[in-house]
Design a protein around this ligand. Structure first.
Ligand code: F0G
Length: 456
């Protein structure tokens, strides 16, 4: 059949509020023009994130009823541990309440001020956790990553020559570990090839530097490897994921993505010394090592969800949704990152608003226009999220001004996506009316979540 269907049917519904333009304008103004500060019920299609927003399956809900809430050594922990170990093959498995908790423990235990952590591209919480330790979060994406129009199959790859140069310049002592984020969220949800991962691992091994995978979207990455790397055609996604983790010395994970759960994460590693330090801090920050800040029922949902994310038919459908959006937007001439990523479509706000000063935050203009036009909530991945102050205290824009429409897993149907395309079409047609914005209040870190804007 030509038609790819959602490989599930719906047995529970949740109402969506359809709002008027005037209501949306009032909500946006009350939220200081920052969509993070808008009430969820005032959003019609909420594409702020694919994190923790997915729908769980009947199997997951059933497993939750088996949740064993014992403090130590619960049956739910055993099932979680078995599922994570089957996929990652790691010796030490530590549950955390979400991904950033795993990152925080890793950073606090391993990093000293002045250390450097290379990555294909750090996610914002990873960067913040590293910088909080006084270390440097260094992005080394491949060259194609900066060209939003290049149709390369693995634009999430790391630039291996740049990694070699980084090690030569700073020396092994200042690089306690390197990371690879699969898929590369901030670079447009682009996948990393197994070949690149293997090459990165080889370079790091020469110098005895451990590799930590940020595995949030490991199953989507496995699907891309299956589709785009010839040697992996016909292999199961589980098999591909296992091979990927076999190249890593550790991993941080947010189970709110490819764990298909609403909360949860883990930190895993092979090294006994690291594990000892992680475990001590885990007890202090998250909880006893067999629950790590999660209820037994959450552990159950994750144990099942991690495997469901590796279901081939599910990934075929998920990818078809993203491709459907991307194809329609292409027809309408809306600039976006090509090819489409694994969990989202990324509009290119700089290409949409080429005249706008990047420090007037074109991405925020587009995000707010999407909300006003149709109650669609998206997120800016541009100079608000990734801009930084240089050594003279002058704000430097991000190389890319993207707007991410992240798709919750198993939540929206085809007609929601058709509506979304119509909203984007309207915004794109009226793009010359989109205002710039200035920030009138911001915190020191992770400013995009809470800062206040004013249209210029
Ligand atoms: N790493 C990546 C690549 C992520 O995308 C995220 C979260 C994290 C780490 C942190 O995980 O939220 O469980 O603490 N990304 C979400 C997003 C928030 O919208 O992309 P967390």
């Amino acid at each position: 059949m030509r038609t790819i269907i959602e490989p599930f049917r719906i047995k529970m519904t949740e109402p969506l509020k359809v709002t008027t333009h005037a209501e949306r304008a009032a909500a946006l103004a009350a939220a200081h023009h920052n969509v993070f500060l808008i009430d969820a019920e005032d959003c019609c299609i909420d594409l702020l994130t694919d994190s923790g927003t997915g729908a769980m399956s009947t199997e997951q809900w059933a497993a939750m009823m088996l949740g064993d809430e014992s403090y130590a050594g619960s049956r739910s922990w055993k099932r979680f541990e078995a599922s994570v170990r089957d996929i990652t093959g790691m010796r030490h498995i530590l549950p955390t309440h979400q991904g950033r908790a795993a990152e925080g423990i890793l950073a606090e235990c391993v990093l000293r001020p002045g250390d450097i952590v290379p990555n294909n591209s750090h996610f914002d919480t990873t960067r913040a956790n590293i910088e909080y330790r006084g270390a440097v979060a260094l992005n080394l994406p491949c060259r194609e990553a900066y060209d939003t129009q290049a149709e390369a199959p693995f634009k999430g790859n790391m630039d291996v020559d740049a990694l070699r140069a980084c090690i030569a310049e700073h020396g092994r002592e200042r690089i306690p570990f390197a990371m690879m984020t699969v898929t590369n969220n901030t670079g447009g949800g682009q996948p990393v090839s197994m070949a690149n991962l293997r090459e990165v691992k080889a370079v790091l091994s020469e110098h005895g530097i451990p590799l930590v995978v940020d595995a949030c979207r490991f199953a989507e990455n496995a699907y891309f490897v299956h589709e785009r790397e010839a040697a992996y055609r016909g292999r199961s996604l589980l098999d591909i994921a296992q091979e990927m983790f076999s190249l890593a010395d550790g991993a941080t994970m947010s189970c709110k993505k490819d764990g298909l759960a609403n909360i949860g994460g883990f930190l895993v590693c092979r090294d006994d010394g690291w594990a000892e330090r992680f475990r001590n801090l885990l007890i202090l920050r998250e909880g006893f090592p067999t629950y790590g800040g999660l209820a037994g029922r959450d552990l159950e949902a994750i144990a099942v969800g991690l495997k469901e994310a590796l279901d081939y038919d599910y990934q075929v459908y998920r990818h078809a949704t993203v491709e459907y959006m991307a194809r329609q937007l292409d027809v309408l001439g809306v600039p976006m990152v090509r090819p489409a990523g694994g969990h989202a479509v990324f509009l290119d706000a700089r290409a949409m608003l080429p005249e706008m000063d990047p420090l007037h935050y074109p991405g925020i203009g587009v995000v707010n226009a999407l909300y006003l036009a149709g109650g669609v909530r998206a997120v800016e991945l541009g100079s608000v999220m990734f801009g930084h102050l240089d050594e003279h205290g002058v704000e430097q824009p991000s190389p890319l001004e993207l707007v991410r429409l992240a798709f919750p897993r198993r939540v929206y149907t085809q007609s929601h996506f058709d509506y979304l395309i119509e909203v984007i079409e309207q915004v794109s047609n009226e793009r010359d009316r989109i205002p710039g914005h200035r920030i009138i209040r911001q915190p020191k870190m992770l400013r995009h979540f809470t800062c206040h804007f004013e249209p210029i």
